[in-house]
Design a protein around this ligand. Structure first.
Ligand SMILES: NC(=O)c1ccc[n+]([C@@H]2O[C@H](COP(=O)([O-])OP(=O)(O)OC[C@H]3O[C@@H](n4cnc5c(N)ncnc54)[C@H](O)[C@@H]3O)[C@@H](O)[C@H]2O)c1
Length: 335
């Protein structure tokens, strides 16, 4: 199905579940964009989960989102358990407008939920020639280095910067070996996961996604990844007033209360220190790196985000493949 038609269906499903038209529009946009860039683990596969949480009053369909201004640069948002897409969309837009006034925008969000892919928020800032950092915490998946119990989420770190071209530099990565959505998708499709990304509940390496979901995911680069996951938990949870220390609820399995995810957005004018020469400098930087001698099998050195930008441009009007189980979900949810 074409993205436009699919978006209409998803929007109508959200509205049937009580979301305001504008919130349904924002949320369906982000879900379809994830599908277009091939991140199906963060697309339609999560729709049923969002709807279940709305039905169970764990996502508030009509939230009273409060924005407290701390200074011209700094705002604190209480999302009142809004769907994460909406809370994060409001927050990045606020961070951008604060930044345009003062040079830097810092916006923290508490009482939010899963917001999908961080890159979509960073991109909005980069389009305005700004540098962005986005953080969110997530439900327990990774055991802190030295522990055998999962506590940190896959806590993505996202950094965006203008490149002096249309293609934004967007490094958007989980701090686990692979993101949890990919493991869930493999479990749904009955496929296996790569070696060395997860342990089963007995601490043994596994390629079985179901065993991995019951066990722990491995952080990238052992204690370094664990340290980064911890950093994101502090920035997104401790600092913002959101849940932390393993208390963010799993949106799929834990219906005992709202998630209370926290997000943090930091946006900076790219020219604050070097003025208009930023563009020349960043182009020079990328050119230098791209010209380096390449290892066997690599034709081009890509900067982060380049691959996803090209995928989006190539696919944004092409039909999206929907697996049978998701078609079933869509039909049920749209009834
Ligand atoms: N909301 C949440 O709770 C949550 C939790 C975890 C992950 N996520 C999202 O999941 C998404 C996927 O995360 P991931 O860890 O699977 O990302 P990934 O492994 O697909 O990509 C990580 C980064 O590496 C870059 N990259 C990939 N191949 C490259 C290459 N050949 N050369 C240069 N750069 C390259 C990508 O552009 C990206 O910026 C992210 O968008 C993240 O925000 C969300």
């Amino acid at each position: 199905m074409k993205p436009k038609e699919l978006k209409k269906i998803v929007k109508s499903i959200f509205m049937k579940h009580g979301l305001k038209k504008t919130h349904a529009d924002t949320s369906s946009n982000y879900i379809i964009k994830a599908e277009i860039i091939g991140a199906s683990s963060h697309g339609l596969a999560r729709l049923k989960m969002y709807c279940n949480r709305i039905k169970n009053k764990l996502i508030n369909p009509k939230p009273k989102i409060k924005i407290r201004s701390i200074s011209k640069s700094i705002s604190h948002i209480n999302a009142n358990n809004a769907i994460g897409f909406v809370a994060a969309d409001i927050a990045i837009k606020k961070a951008i407008s604060n930044c345009l006034k003062t040079g830097i925008g810092l916006v923290a969000v508490k009482n939010s939920g899963h917001y999908g892919l961080s890159s979509f928020y960073a991109e909005q800032a980069v389009k305005k020639n700004l540098i962005a950092l986005c953080f969110t915490n997530a439900p327990p998946a990774i055991a802190p280095h030295g522990s055998k119990k999962k506590l940190f989420g896959t806590n993505p770190i996202c950094f965006g910067a203008p490149t002096g071209s249309k293609i934004p530099f967007i490094l958007d990565t989980s701090v686990s070996m692979i993101n949890r959505g990919k493991i869930r998708l493999a479990a749904k499709q009955g496929s296996s996961i790569p070696k060395n990304v997860a342990l089963d509940k007995f601490g043994k390496p596994t390629t079985d996604p179901n065993k991995a979901l019951k066990g722990v995911q491995l952080p990238m680069s052992t204690f370094r990844g664990s340290g980064l996951a911890w950093m994101v938990d502090i920035l997104s949870g401790v600092f913002t007033g959101g849940n932390h220390s393993g208390k963010v609820k799993d949106p799929f399995d834990d219906f005992s209360g709202p998630q209370n995810v926290g997000h943090l957005f930091i946006v900076m004018k790219s020219n604050i220190f070097v003025g208009p020469s930023y563009n020349r400098k960043i182009k020079e930087n990328i050119k230098t790196i791209k010209k380096l001698p390449k290892i066997k099998g690599v034709n081009k050195i890509l900067f982060p985000g380049e691959n996803k930008y090209k995928k989006y441009k190539k696919n944004y009007n092409k039909k999206i493949f929907i697996p049978k189980n998701i078609i079933k979900d869509l039909k049920k949810l749209n009834n």
